[in-house]
Write a protein that binds this ligand. Sequence first.
Ligand code: ADP
Ligand code: MG
Length: 255
Amino acid sequence: MIVVNPAPLDTSYVPEKLFFRDDKIATIQSTVIDPSASGITNNIIIHGDSGTGKTSTVKFLMRDNKSIIYENALSFRNVKNLLEHVISRLGRPVSYRGLSYSDIFSTLNSIISFRGNIILVIDEATGMLKGDSTGLYNLFRASEIYGTELSTILISMESPFMYMERKYGTIVELKFNKYSSDEINRIITDRASMALDPGTCPDSILQYISEISGQFGSARFAIELLQKAAYMAEYRLSKTIENDDVRSAVSLINP
Ligand SMILES: Nc1ncnc2c1ncn2[C@@H]1O[C@H](COP(=O)(O)OP(=O)(O)O)[C@@H](O)[C@H]1O
Ligand SMILES: [Mg+2]
């Protein structure tokens, strides 16, 4: 057995320790989370390539903050649909005919008046950012138009710069940079120590995976490579992971 604990090799795993993102955490905390607790709404757009820790960083922040609600934009046609879902999640009925924006925000106002401020995270929002200008306008200006204490954290792979319209108001932009090979090495060393039997994954393998993944700056790619290579080695009934297992893993995944 090489893999003794598969969970940390899953790309949806949110680790106890998030490396190299203290500055991003502090920025999100100080621009959105802290102000929201005192009734000030701000909006932020997080962007950066795949595997740069965008989703994990907000999920990490959600552990200590019950006012953050997470949704993935890919499950919804548009902003209105997503907000209707949030409302029904929070226990309010939504008629099958749907709601108008003013219905939506007055319902949110009443929810917020007893539940407290809400910070809405919309992950994988590139499509929404390009395609739903009315929705974004209502969402980003909700505080001024409807008096709703709703802050939004939007997450997108592409830089939002091209799609941002003036009417959305002031939005903080936060870019997540690619990880260097050394940073990736630190991240996967941690995962390997949690997931793999000691002695089955030499440092040279972690180094090799980090070098390959460093080209893309993606921790996701690195973790997937580690996972696939480990199972490849298990399948061969080998006691350790070898370079060839990593090479086979590379041919299975696109970064
Ligand atoms: N700074 C980090 N420290 C530890 N693990 C990380 C870090 N950044 C990313 N990861 C891991 O890499 C994988 C991909 O990260 P994710 O947050 O999904 O990236 P993104 O949302 O930017 O595509 C996840 O398994 C995540 O736990
Ligand atoms: Mg993500």
